[in-house]
Design a protein around this ligand. Structure first.
Ligand code: GLN
Length: 486
């Protein structure tokens, strides 16, 4: 058995028990990356030299009898919009192509304190705007299940790294589905935590009221182990909340008999691919056979989520991206005659088409005269959506919906039509609008053997329950055992 094929919890315990040296683990994973990443393109930057140095130090500490942490010696990948000290953090944009942060994001610091080794930085849609990783300025990332198809996005690189055994786990960011949707397209587990549970300090902002960092894992247990490490209050992030520290692996195998699962039939009926719907229906049946109680619910406002999301997200993005002026931050144009031209040329050259589209949309909905009609109204609908979820959680423990309406599509298929691309987010954005936690995990395959994900949503800070239901579902289905042939 190749070491890279093992799960995070397996490799962590082998390292701890000295059944394998950390260097051998790195050799195996970097060997895997070197043999297939030219084809897949998951990584933008590799931190090989640093990784080996750290491996040596950790190994010495381990030999000396020290506890090197829950993730001691385990190689992990990080999305390239999360700051890593002295390692390029590009946001897959020309604007930040040469940006080298002088500090670590809190999540990176926490991972390192837990003994993890950073393998490298992964590809993404530019500034996390997209659903296919195609808007990356740097490179294309391909789906390991079929390299003619997209991996999903925006955290496509982080999903592919885990799906193709090029990392034991990874971090992504989820503003409107960017962890869950690529997890679903690549057949891995992806978790978007409750807003405020994981620090955003050092995450390059897209839409601050929606952004949340979360883990990808090869299975639910590994994902819970990652959450254990990254969750928790951070004084450097004013939106991070004081919560009790939990061991999210504790309740994984708890009995789920009697748990109430909300199934929004109407919401899951329109514009959904037949195979995806069939897998969803199977998931409902499976849960019923496991003794849960299926409650048919109505999510009346959820259908407005997409419109609401694309107003709020673009408004916040236009404001957050205002800082890239070629002076304080980012790419600076070489040719300009005056200050205004410096701004204009730097931004024209630095940003790609999708980012520009979002800045224009966001500026429009925030401008006087349109603010009330769009932005303010979207905020009102946001409250309606939040209240609707609150109501549902009075009678349900978790909600089950598909992660995305389709499976991975072909390169170029939706790029010319942004609205079609935005439609891929229909099942993921309601969660961000409400700030709720949700998880996507393998739920089947379509006729072309492309992965299908199912998604559970729980009430605020109920990640334990969410992971418990997901774990029991995973243990009673065989989808996670199927691997891409690469
Ligand atoms: N696909 C969504 C968008 O393009 C979500 C992106 C994200 O979660 N970062 O905005």
């Amino acid at each position: 058995m190749e070491l890279y094929k093992l799960s995070l919890s397996e490799i962590a315990s082998m390292i701890k028990n000295k059944e394998v040296r950390i260097k051998e683990v790195l050799d195996s994973v970097y060997g895997r990356i070197e043999s297939i990443d030219d084809t897949l393109g998951a990584y933008i930057t590799l931190c090989k030299a640093d990784a080996y140095k750290r491996a040596e130090i950790l190994q010495e500490r381990l030999e000396a009898g020290e506890n090197i942490g829950e993730l001691g010696g385990v190689p992990i990948a990080i999305k390239d919009n999360i700051c890593t000290k002295d390692v390029k953090t590009t946001c897959a944009s020309r604007m930040l192509e040469e940006f080298i942060p002088i500090y670590n994001a809190t999540v990176v610091q926490k991972l390192e304190e837990a003994g993890a080794i950073i393998l490298g930085k992964t590809n993404m849609d530019e500034f996390a705007m997209g659903s296919s990783t195609e808007t990356s300025y740097i490179k294309k990332t391909k789906n390991p299940w079929n390299i003619e198809n997209v991996p999903g996005g925006s955290s496509g690189g982080s999903a592919v790294a885990v799906a193709a055994d090029m990392a034991y786990a990874s971090l992504g960011s989820d503003t409107g589905g960017s962890i869950r949707q690529p997890a679903s397209y690549c057949s891995v587990v992806g978790l978007k935590p409750t807003y405020g549970l994981v620090s955003r300090y050092g995450l390059i902002a897209f839409a601050s009221s929606l952004d949340q960092i979360g883990p990808f894992g090869k299975n639910v247990k590994d994902t819970a182990l990652m959450l254990n490490v990254i969750a928790g209050h951070d004084v450097k992030d004013t939106t991070s909340l004081e919560t009790e520290t939990k061991d999210y692996t504790k309740a994984l195998s708890k009995e789920i008999r009697g748990i109430k699962i909300g199934v929004p039939d109407e919401f899951v009926s329109e514009g959904i691919n037949g195979d995806v719907k069939a897998a969803y229906d199977e998931a409902v049946k499976k849960l019923e056979s496991l003794g849960t109680k299926i409650e048919h619910i109505n999510l009346e406002y959820a259908k407005y989520s997409l419109a609401t999301y694309y107003i709020i997200a673009t408004a916040e993005a236009s404001s957050n991206l205002g800082r890239y002026d070629g002076i304080r931050y980012g790419h600076r144009a070489e040719n300009f005659n005056d200050l205004e031209e410096l701004y204009r040329n730097s931004r024209t050259e630095g940003f790609g088409e999708e980012v520009k589209r979002r800045i224009m949309l966001g500026t429009y909905v925030l401008s006087s005269g349109y603010y009330d009609a769009y932005y303010k109204r979207a905020q009102c609908v946001r409250t309606l959506i939040i209240n609707e979820f609150k109501k549902v959680f009075e009678s349900c423990d978790v909600i089950l919906i598909p992660t995305a309406p389709h499976t991975a599509f072909k390169f170029g298929e939706k790029q010319e039509n942004p609205l079609e691309m935005y439609l891929e987010d229909i099942y993921t954005v309601p969660v961000n609008i409400a700030g709720l936690p949700a998880i996507s995990l393998p739920g089947g395959f379509d006729a072309n053997n492309l992965p299908i994900g199912v998604q559970f949503i729980s009430n605020y800070f109920e990640e334990e329950k969410l992971l418990n239901v997901a774990y029991v579902f995973e243990q009673n289905t065989e989808f996670k055992d199927q691997k891409p042939n690469i």
